[in-house]
Write a protein of this length. Structure first.
Length: 755
């Protein structure tokens, strides 16, 4: 064993160091946190040691004594140091089905909230210069803590293909997951964790050169990161501060890595260290916990909510059609918890709605209706699914006899999670509790149709819902869509659409317009119904904007479309999507590129957090302006803002091929886009459209993909998959220059997927 004495300090001295850095405003001394599984234990996630012990116990039960001994000898297993054999134990435990290993981690990590230590860490990452985290974990505790408890959005590099977007100069909280993100095929076994990807090595070098590493909860048991750190020359990295609770945690790997300039820090634990740092850095996040309405957490949430207020208006307008007309005077007739529900929906400011709900729950903490309404608000207006699920469950627990709660939770489980088995259980509970409620039966019918694909059973339930309450429009409208989309019985579908429109035109008109356009190709009638919809609700900008798109794509009446695009912007001048739609119209139809440039920039200025708008502008810069450097800048911004958006990743691959012919890097992004978009679904047009582009790139530029690419494009074009408006023509010239054997076939596919 290597004998070496290290400089050692305790928690108090480390905390004072952070205090001095802030007091003297010393930008040259910055820390990057290197976190292992031990940091997540207090948040409820098992450590590598604990998982290793569980897996070893399973293997002892599953393997014969001879098999176990033979395997132990093959890896030099030492039970006393079981944690160091984590990757070997994982690989052996799940060798029969690696997917089940992934499922175990999903179960362990998906519904975990950040603990105290992570909440404080979020403040350090956003308020100090110590804004980097390197981690071997693939949970979401760092990202979630920053999103939940600060006003900043972190950049999370959960895959090595995102490594090039890491800048050591950024002030944005940045999380680097060297073993990948939970949903991007994380590394666990010994083969995967023994060698660090080259992309990470390149990205980490400027960080270790400029930041001191503060290591917490990491045992150094994977070879990849430890070998990389060990390979760096002393003069090329700053000091490492390795935190341990006791000397027993300093294993041979750590001793081999640390140099005389590095320090061992004796800490009480991750949470305990963070609480001490919280005290000296002056954060007040835990003050006024008994006064939630005036808490800084709420203020931070309010700022985030305010940024979404523009989008909220459209949702509120639609919502108001489904509820009674509420005025300030109307609220006076309501008492108890009900008055808070009514008052919240009367409010147009989303952040104020949230505060009203919270105020109501503080006064009526056991009112299940208020609880369930708040869950609905969190789901459909706030997109806070974890918190929403918590309140759905509370409402059901408080009032287990209320069928509506079960039905609403079933819908949530279907579309927001999705957990189909559990959803079906709750659909059935709702119907059992109230078998005469048509809405519950209709919701279950839709689930059977579009999720389970059990069409005969679905039709039975649709008819049952209509028979129960023939005067209610929703089941009729749902059945009409089923007849059109699934049964292809268009005459019968139209009959039911008309019946639904007759009963409630506002609710059914857009589905009928879609039917008229996509199925009947009856554009005159669709035009007529668009005008009726605008006449029914002349203040609704979304209807006007949709009509403008119809006039563009179907009618080719560009002057009239121009008029309606402008009208939509005038009606709702703060809705960025209307502005970006008009910019696209100016590019594709008017060819007025200067004006389009102006509107793209305006859309980004209005909603700077919307990554799609940034990506659309980057695409414009690539395809139209040919300003590849500027396009690159905007693509990187878009990916940093939303690294998990497959469309943005795919567009960047297109840019890399067109601007640089960088096929190697483009291939990585094509592969990442495939990973992000998930499985093929011939019922999902958007997925098929994106797949058509990705397979077009593979077929045009990658020899190993030509055979499969040809088959996939034949199938995708048979499904009428279309490109989303990218200028794909330059790919043909590039393929020709690279001696593709069948340029005519590339042209054929291009013609078929181009709108």
């Amino acid at each position: 064993m290597k004998k070496q004495s290290f400089r050692s300090i305790d928690q108090k001295r480390l905390v004072r160091l952070f205090k001095d850095i802030k007091r003297f405003n010393c930008d040259e001394t910055r820390f990057c946190f290197l976190l292992g599984a031990g940091a997540s234990k207090s948040s409820g996630i098992k450590t590598g040691q604990e998982l290793s012990e569980e897996w070893y116990k399973d293997l002892k039960e599953d393997l014969s004594e001879t098999e176990l001994i033979k395997w132990e000898e093959s890896i030099g297993f030492d039970k006393k140091n079981i944690g160091t054999f984590y990757p070997y134990l994982y690989k052996k435990r799940y060798e029969a089905s690696p997917q089940l290993g992934f499922e175990e981690f999903k179960k362990l990590m998906e519904n975990i909230d950040p603990g105290i230590g992570y909440v404080i860490l979020s403040q350090i990452l956003t308020n100090e210069k110590h804004n980097f985290v390197i981690t071997t974990n693939f949970d979401y505790l760092v990202e979630d803590s920053v999103r939940m408890y600060t006003s900043k959005k972190p950049f999370s590099a959960g895959h090595e293909t995102l490594a090039e977007f890491i800048s050591s100069q950024t002030e944005r909280p940045t999380i680097i997951k060297v073993h990948r993100d939970l949903f991007l095929h994380p590394f666990n076994d010994d083969d995967q964790t023994q060698k660090l990807k080259e992309e990470w090595k390149k990205a980490l070098m400027p960080i270790v050169k400029n930041f001191n590493l503060l290591v917490i909860g990491y045992g150094g048991n994977d070879g990849s990161l430890m070998d990389y750190l060990k390979s760096i020359n002393s003069e090329d990295r700053k000091e490492i501060y390795w935190c341990v609770r006791n000397d027993n945690e300093i294993n041979d790997k750590i001793r081999d890595l640390l140099l005389t300039k590095d320090l061992i820090v004796k800490i009480k634990g991750f949470d305990e260290l963070m609480i001490d740092l919280n005290g000296v850095l002056g954060y007040t996040i835990f003050e006024k916990l008994d006064d939630p309405l005036n808490h800084p957490f709420v203020e931070a949430a309010k700022k985030r909510i305010d940024n979404l207020n523009i989008k909220l208006q459209a949702l509120l307008n639609q919502l108001s059609k489904d509820k009674i007309s509420i005025t300030k005077e109307t609220t006076k007739i309501f008492t108890g918890a009900k008055k808070y529900i009514v008052e919240a929906y009367r409010e147009k400011d989303k952040s104020k709605m949230d505060l009203i709900f919270q105020k109501g729950l503080a006064e009526y903490p056991h009112d299940s209706d208020l609880m369930e309404e708040y869950a609905s608000f969190l789901t459909y207006m706030n997109s806070d699914y974890d918190k929403a699920e918590e309140y759905y469950k509370k409402a059901i627990e408080m009032n287990p006899g209320k069928a509506g709660f079960f039905s609403d939770y079933a819908v949530f489980l279907t579309y927001m999670r999705p957990d189909y088995d559990k959803a079906e259980e709750y659909y059935k509970k709702a119907i059992d509790l109230n078998p005469g409620k048509a809405d519950f039966v209709g919701n279950y019918a839709s689930f059977l149709s579009y999720t389970r694909k059990d069409y005969d059973k679905a039709e039975e339930y649709y008819k049952k819902a209509i028979d129960l309450t023939p005067e209610v429009v929703l089941p009729i409208f749902q059945y009409a869509s089923f007849l059109a989309d699934i049964r292809k019985d268009y005459d019968k579908a139209e009959e039911y659409y008309k019946k639904a429109i007759e009963m409630n035109p506002e609710k059914a008109v857009f589905a009928y317009i879609r039917f008229l356009v996509d199925i009947r190709k009856d554009y005159d009638k669709a035009d007529e119904y668009y005008k009726k919809a605008i006449e029914m609700d002349p203040e609704e900008a979304i209807i006007v904007s949709n009509y403008a798109r119809f006039l563009t794509d179907i009618r080719k009446d560009y002057d009239k479309a121009d008029e309606y695009y402008k009208k939509a912007i005038e009606m709702d001048p703060e809705e960025a999507i209307n502005v970006s739609d008009y910019a696209r119209f100016l590019v594709d139809i008017r060819k007025d590129y200067d004006k389009a440039d102006e509107y793209y920039k305006k859309a980004i200025e209005m909603d700077p957090e919307e990554a799609i708008n940034v990506s659309d502008y980057a695409r414009f810069l690539t395809d139209i302006r040919k300003d590849y450097d500027k396009a690159e800048e905007y693509y990187k911004k878009a990916i940093e803002m939303n690294p998990e958006e497959a469309i943005i990743v795919s567009n960047y691959a297109h840019h890399l091929i067109i601007s640089k012919q960088d096929f190697i890097t483009a291939a990585k992004y094509i592969n990442l886009a495939f990973a992000l978009v998930g499985e093929y679904d011939d019922d999902d047009d958007e997925k098929l459209d994106l797949f058509s582009e990705l397979w077009f790139y593979r077929y045009a530029h990658y020899k190993k993909w030509r055979k499969k690419g040809e088959k996939m494009l034949e199938w995708l074009t048979s499904q009428n998959a279309k490109s989303r408006g990218l200028n794909l023509k330059p790919h043909i010239e590039i393929a020709k220059a690279n001696n593709h054997p069948d340029i005519q076939k590339i042209q054929k596919f291009l013609d078929l997927i181009t709108i």
